[in-house]
Design a protein around this ligand. Structure first.
Ligand code: ADP
Ligand code: MG
Length: 362
């Protein structure tokens, strides 16, 4: 069974694209669609789900995030990634049009995830003490910045024998209730925006990574159940014109190309003839290193390929969809831990003893 769910999402035409109501996408059903390329050739794609322009945020949440959240409470890690060219709807899908004062209908995956995490805890057994923490980092020019503490602007990645990939010293905020959680989230996002104006950096040039950790302690039990949910709003995948780009713009472009092509190479290595047996080049970029435990193994991954529906952007949409089509072939089976406690290695299971937690570097 594949543990990567790949979806395509076509946003509505933007006002700039709306001079013609032609669309490059023609839906067949909930999983299949046809893309008309620049030469008017019809290419058929089959994904786990297609969200057409009229799709609601709630539908995306229910299909993409809900099953993964359920598994996080079973100590199976989860990852949700938005991929696509700038303006394709990655941030709208992830956050919504904004976090503060966003209406119910438009809010994106992250605020919905927060609500669902709290709702699951509220409905769970009282003997389980659950804690949710959130870290937010931005990867820009191969540096990892802590969005909750801007003085930490070069976070290092470490591999921990029990916990896997660790962002050393990153700020972890304990979420107390959905309202305060949204406030923290808003602060993190605005730190990203401050960086933007100071450095004239568009958010489309950096990757934004949200890390939720759910810790469940059963009273009278020595074990702690531990699940991580990572959401990634990637930098725009468009090809930057080489001509004309210079200085920092060129450096940015090279770094984005480097990390997204590293992600592509990781996907290729995981889907190649040798699959998991081949060398997976995680170390080629900060992005792939951060995602090292998040793309296979004990993890469920969802990739949302965001596209413009306009024929003008079809070549970028095609490249986004080809990336998604490739990722569909990643095979790795997430463990369902609960029934097999004894047979699972600790670092795979995310069942930690209280002593293990003392080793935690975070
Ligand atoms: P990206 O993050 O991929 O660069 P955005 O998410 O910022 O793109 O989307 C670009 C614009 O399109 C924004 O104004 C956003 O609000 C709008 N948009 C994107 N997706 C949708 C959608 N599904 N429904 C309505 N508006 C959308
Ligand atoms: Mg964006």
């Amino acid at each position: 069974m594949s543990n990567v769910t790949v979806c395509a999402r076509f946003r509505p035409l933007s006002s700039r694209e709306a001079d013609s109501d032609d669309l490059c996408v023609q839906g067949l059903d909930a999983e299949n669609f046809i893309l008309k390329d620049e030469k008017d050739e019809e290419l058929k794609f089959s994904f786990d789900r297609v969200f057409y322009p009229e799709s609601e945020q709630a539908e995306v949440f229910e299909f993409v995030a809900l099953p993964i959240i359920k598994d996080v409470f079973n100590a199976v890690n989860g990852t949700i990634i938005t991929y696509g060219q700038t303006g394709a709807g990655k941030t709208y899908s992830m956050e919504g049009p904004g976090i503060a004062n966003c209406d119910e209908q438009n809010k994106g995956l992250v605020p919905r995830v927060i609500e669902e995490l709290f709702e699951t805890i509220r409905a769970s057994d009282e003997a389980i003490k659950s804690t949710i923490t959130l870290s937010m980092v931005e990867i820009y020019m191969e540096r990892i910045r802590d969005l909750f503490d801007l003085s930490k602007d070069n976070i290092q990645i470490k591999e921990h024998k029990v916990l896997g990939i660790i962002l050393q010293g990153v700020t972890e905020i304990t979420l107390v209730n959905p309202e305060e959680a949204l406030e923290s989230l808003s602060n993190g996002i605005s730190s990203r925006a401050v960086g933007e104006t100071q450095m004239n950096m568009a958010s489309s040039r950096s990757h934004c990574v949200y890390v939720f950790t759910v810790k469940q302690e059963v009273t009278m039990d020595k074990r702690i159940k531990y699940g991580k949910l990572i959401l990634v709003d990637l930098a725009g995948s468009e090809k930057v014109e080489k001509t004309g780009a210079e200085g920092r713009v060129l450096e940015e472009a090279k770094n984005i190309n480097k990390s997204l092509s590293a992600l592509g190479n990781v996907v290729n290595a995981m889907t190649g003839p040798l699959g998991k047996g081949s060398h997976i080049p995680y170390r080629d970029s900060k992005l792939t290193r951060v995602l090292q435990n998040a793309l296979g193994g004990n993890c469920r991954t969802a990739l949302l390929c965001c596209c413009s529906p306009s024929p003008r952007n079809v070549s970028e949409s095609l490249s986004t969809l080809r990336f998604g089509a490739r990722a569909r072939h990643i095979k790795a089976s997430p463990h369902v831990n609960l029934k097999e406690e004894k047979s699972i290695k600790k670092h795979e299971a995310h069942f930690l003893t209280k002593d293990d937690l003392h080793e935690r570097i975070l």
